[in-house]
Write a protein that binds this ligand. Sequence first.
Ligand SMILES: CC(C)(COP(=O)(O)OP(=O)(O)OC[C@H]1O[C@@H](n2cnc3c(N)ncnc32)[C@H](O)[C@@H]1OP(=O)(O)O)[C@@H](O)C(=O)NCCC(=O)NCCS
Length: 410
Amino acid sequence: MEMKTGFKLETMLVSDNHLPTLLGECLPEQRVYEGLEGVLAGRTAICDIDGDVGALQFRGIDIRELAEHSNYEEVVYLLWTNELPTSNQLWAFKAALAAEREVDAGIYEILRFLSHYMKPMDALRTAVSALASDNPGEDNTSPESRLAKAIYLTAKFPTLVAYYCRESQGKMWVRPDPKLDHAANFLYMMHGRRPTPVEARAMDLTMLVMVEHGFNASTFAARVTASTLSDMGAAITSAMGTLKGPLHGGANQGALEMLFEIGTLDRVEPYIDAALSAKQRILGFGHRIYRKAGDSRVPFIKNMLYQLCAQSGDFHLYELADAVAQTVWEKKRLFANVDFYLAPMLHMLGISVDLLTPFFAMCRIAGWTAHVMEQYANNRLIRPGSLYVGPVGRPYIPLDQREGAIVPNF
Ligand SMILES: CC(C)(COP(=O)(O)OP(=O)(O)OC[C@H]1O[C@@H](n2cnc3c(N)ncnc32)[C@H](O)[C@@H]1OP(=O)(O)O)[C@@H](O)C(=O)NCCC(=O)NCCS
């Protein structure tokens, strides 16, 4: 990287060639768990995943039961309160969420400005940060105020995503409709028309399935931030920054771009062969937890992709995705993860490729806030140790005595 002054930043970085000499032997009791794999980093009563058999439960209820009988709002209520609502409670909860969908004019202004300069995930992270900042003097620490903040953020986030989308496409803004459910309202704000029953069901089910997934990287980031007793808005902003990366929520964008690049069934095998021999990561494949049994969420999303293709009468994307999944399994024994099928499914719902990761954030925000509230309720600062592998006991050499020092020309 060349800075404005002409100073080359590379001169400050430790080159990879030096690493072997820096890496020390670690004592057996000092084992480092790279990527925290296998580490139980906390307790949670929100979500249980058994990757060996591909099982997923929210608050003890199997995802298959929830997917068949429940809806997004009910599952959010369950995650936040540990209980399924009565019909009156669910009605009141849906009304509370719907009443919070509108966003202050100042936040629209910020987002409108950012939409001309930033990619969606960056713009939305900044807008959420502005939206979520705690007002001084307000009670921001009681469980009630935190629940109110969770409702506020979960209700408003879809409005921000839809606003960004329409603004960046030069389209008229569509205000939220309080008569529609959370998922259907999002599609309405995006497209300016009421969704078909199949579309509304696909969106609701997708949001339900994507809402929560244990101590994944973005949720953990939110919990780390909350564990310092920082506010919920800061925790959600941390989570958004973490979700963006291609190894996490950013994978869905890469997966769809790959499907578009492959294009036709006859190009699948040569494409995958070339990618694997170039040692590329195939985005949308592999998962830290689901190595043995495959991703428990895939069957729901794949089924929804099928139904949307059936609605349009065009199965090309479904067949192409399946061929890629089959080929990667045959060649590398990697399962497709939820991001792989989520991407074409959302494409069929008219969500553009750059909005796939913001959409993921929009589903997950309720899960993040559930974890932030759980962290506050039984908090201990999250602060792991590290194994130092650098040199020790080096003398300080005065500046004028350093041989071979590269003096930048500022
Ligand atoms: C999700 C992911 C980060 C999990 O990583 P992890 O548990 O740390 O596993 P590792 O990165 O250690 O990978 C283990 C092995 O599988 C390979 N692998 C894992 N995912 C792969 C992928 N998508 N494409 C190609 N190879 C992959 C790695 O190269 C590695 O092989 P090696 O031992 O020969 O080097 C990883 O599977 C990945 O990068 N997937 C693509 C991004 C993605 O889809 N993310 C969304 C997850 S829901």
